[in-house]
Design a protein around this ligand. Structure first.
Ligand code: HAM
Length: 422
């Protein structure tokens, strides 16, 4: 019978990798907590309308990449392509803004985009997502970026570059859009079909296009930074100043518009040369109009998401370091020894010590081999003769030393003491 495989672009995270995932998530949780972020868990499925309204109709995500379906109740639903929209929906639905003027939220989990799978690009991928709501100060932008950079450094990723930009606000962006439209009007024929179509709705999307001819056209286009209003200019200068205080290096990339429509003012990406075309490990920015556009109060916000798969492929963390190994392996020879091993093994586990045994009744040599394969730290060797004599050998697999253990009613405590004492 044919074996059923996973869906293309959907990946299993196998036991040998999951320790690394847990470590990275724990690092994230610790750093996020230090900065006052609290976890929110939002559903994976939302009404399609939520993403259309927040991410934007003319984006690649909404136009081509969403997993959207009509359910049995005729409702149009979408597997979330990102978390910000869902977090904002929950923030509004539960009036979190009424409980506190400043709300810091994070969420970790899978996202779904039907892109063409390639290195660093999956159809189900995972993000660590942080959102800071209620502060429009430039220092909030710097705080969020500082937190992100501290996290990336902590998980051992090197060769990363922070790029920042400002996309202006409702006051200054229209003038830039108009200038861009005028610039692109004479070059329409050089643009790809997607960009030609989007020209009227959102000409900024051309900046995000990967087509060579569009890239060439856009390289001569006007820059948003030349159109910023005094407020946005001031905001951007202050963000840079705050980053300088923390000695966070950055490059201003005036062509970075990000692939989602909700951004205003500061945007940023952390990029690397080591991931080929998929060079962004993390991305984010300010989205001051989003909560209002979704029907809520005028609350400013800023946040980012880190792509876990990309992060893991770049981190220098060693898989083996995260594989947990038994502290004690019990090698039992004979019926009586096996019965005792079963009891000792499970008592040790219940006492919080990772213990393992072999049920197959194999030779001592093959049990020792298995203990070694599992990288067990110690082996308790139990034979019927040892039980008869009321003692057994506990071998330290690293040092090669051995000590005698008395097999009395306290055997689990004796072993636990030895394990904990070293
Ligand atoms: P984004 O730039 O679309 O932003 O995604 C953030 C990160 O998710 C990317 O930098 C990348 O590491 C990872 N990522 C995106 N798509 C894929 C994929 N197909 N395969 C693997 N990894 C991927 C957002 O999603 C915004 N919601 C971030 C944000 C939060 N902005 C404000 N708050």
């Amino acid at each position: 019978m044919e074996v059923i495989t996973a869906v293309r672009g959907f990946k299993d995270i196998l036991p040998r990798e999951s320790g690394k995932w847990q470590f990275i998530e724990e690092c994230a949780r610790e750093i996020l907590a230090n900065f006052g972020f609290r976890e929110i868990r939002v559903p994976i499925l939302e009404k399609t309308e939520l993403f259309r309204r927040s991410i934007g109709e003319s984006t690649d995500i909404v136009e081509k990449e969403m997993y959207t379906f009509v359910d049995r109740g005729d409702e149009c639903l979408t597997l979330r392509p990102e978390a910000t929209a869902s977090v904002m929906r929950a923030y509004l639905e539960h009036s979190l803004y009424a409980q506190d003027a400043v709300v810091r939220l994070f969420t970790i989990g899978p996202m779904f985009r039907r892109e063409r799978p390639q290195k660093g690009r999956l159809r189900q991928f995972h993000q660590i997502n942080a959102e800071l709501l209620g502060l429009d100060e430039p220092r909030a932008d710097a705080e969020v970026i500082l937190m992100l950079m501290q996290f990336l450094t902590r998980v051992g990723v090197e060769g990363l570059h922070l790029e920042i930009n400002s996309l202006g606000c409702k006051t200054c962006r229209p003038a830039f859009r108009d200038a861009l439209k005028v610039f692109l009007a004479g070059r329409e024929a050089e643009l790809c079909a997607d960009c030609q179509r989007r020209l009227a709705i959102n000409p900024l999307r051309v900046f995000d296009c990967k087509t060579e001819s569009c890239k060439e056209v856009i390289s001569h286009a006007p820059r948003i930074l030349d159109f910023l209003c005094p407020d946005c200019k001031d905001h951007f200068a202050n963000v840079k100043h705050s980053l300088d205080i923390f000695k966070i290096g950055y490059k201003v990339n005036p062509k970075m518009v990000r692939g989602l429509d909700y951004y205003a003012k500061t945007t940023f990406e952390v990029v690397t040369e080591h991931l080929g075309a998929q060079n962004a490990v993390a991305g984010g920015g300010r989205y001051d109009g989003l909560v209002k556009d979704l029907g809520g109060p005028d609350v400013p916000g800023i946040g980012f998401a880190v792509g876990m798969e990309r992060l893991i492929s770049l981190s220098n963390l060693d898989d083996d370091k995260f594989l947990s190994a038994p502290e004690v392996f019990i090698a039992a020879i004979g019926e009586r020894a096996q019965n005792l091993a079963f009891s000792v093994c499970n008592h040790l586990r219940m006492a919080g010590i990772q213990a393992e045994m072999d049920y197959a009744g194999r030779s001592l040599k093959s049990q020792m081999k298995r203990a070694d394969k599992l990288s067990s730290l110690r082996v308790l060797i139990l034979g019927d003769r040892e039980i008869e004599e009321g003692r057994a050998q506990l071998r330290d697999m690293r040092g090669g030393t051995q000590e005698t253990i008395v097999l009395d009613n306290n055997v689990e405590q004796t072993i636990a003491k030895i394990v904990r004492g070293s």
